[in-house]
Design a protein around this ligand. Sequence first.
Ligand SMILES: NC(=O)c1ccc[n+]([C@@H]2O[C@H](COP(=O)([O-])OP(=O)(O)OC[C@H]3O[C@@H](n4cnc5c(N)ncnc54)[C@H](OP(=O)(O)O)[C@@H]3O)[C@@H](O)[C@H]2O)c1
Length: 320
Amino acid sequence: MGSALPLGSLPAAELFYWLGVATLTWLSLKAACRLLSGARVFVLGAGVEVGRFGRWAVVTGATDGIGKAYAKELAKHGMSIVLISRSQEKLDQVAKEIKEQFQVETKTITVDFGEGAEIYKIIEAGLAGLEIGVLVNNVGISYNYPEYFLDVPDLDNLINKMLNINIMSVCKMTRMILPAMVERSKGIILNVSSASALYPVPLLTLYSATKTFVDFFSQALQAEYKSKGIIVQSVLPFFVATKLSKIRKPTLDKPSPETYVKAALNTVGLQTQTNGYLPHAILGWITTSLLPVSLVIKQSMKMNQGLRARHLKKLKEKGD
Ligand SMILES: NC(=O)c1ccc[n+]([C@@H]2O[C@H](COP(=O)([O-])OP(=O)(O)OC[C@H]3O[C@@H](n4cnc5c(N)ncnc54)[C@H](OP(=O)(O)O)[C@@H]3O)[C@@H](O)[C@H]2O)c1
């Protein structure tokens, strides 16, 4: 039979023992819940049928990488696609691929999201009259290589461009497209943030901070509009093999954009904030739940210092 001693009269060693047991039980329960919820999403899960939210999907930064993969995957679900990027030639090529592969309608809009608010008039005119069911705010830029804030080449220009592309585009596109979705009581907004939003990433300081904006914006917006039939999802990938990441060969933990997006689209309606792909979800769990933030920041700093040194050495060898 257990002793009926009040807590205050327990010897210190026993008190620490029971505190330890309680903490371990709590952490194990939390881990089990996370595991079960992960299994529900990534093993059993199939997200919502995107096609029933409206005829058209709009994808920003749609000619390469993750954006192109979203455009194709949504077309595979029978949606007509509006592709938005800077280069008309690349837009025409991707539009042709999509039409031939999936027999859906496409439309292209050529703008540079690095420019100011003027471009949104062009986009608005291009989208007039379309029933938009899905908006993918994907366009984004990062640093050319990891660097100390004050030493980032052409810093003032990069600040303007990165804020316009990574933040302004998300706010303005949402401002433009959400009202009609609310009117129809259905719509999906997928905002591509980054795992760099899960913790501060030194030597990618500005990028990491812009992606946190995208993540917070998405989560708060979802809380505001969920009851109006709108799904807002924040997508936080780790490395995906694209031009931006400069990773050419996909691996299990650095998948091709096609593999990544296929998995991510299955989480829509199941997770408001998602790493999108099982190996990335495991990485997300380790970095946010198991390791202290200070250690993750320290390790990111080390990794990025290594990448920076490699990049600068290559430049020196080339004589730049
Ligand atoms: N790849 C990764 O490892 C990774 C990880 C986490 C998050 N992300 C996020 O995922 C998103 C997509 O990245 P990605 O790796 O797929 O990039 P990417 O391969 O470089 O593709 C970027 C796309 O955006 C377009 N674009 C770039 N700048 C533009 C501008 N100023 N105006 C209009 N369009 C522009 C590009 O087309 P044009 O050049 O023809 O305009 C291209 O279609 C970004 O938001 C990124 O932050 C990527």
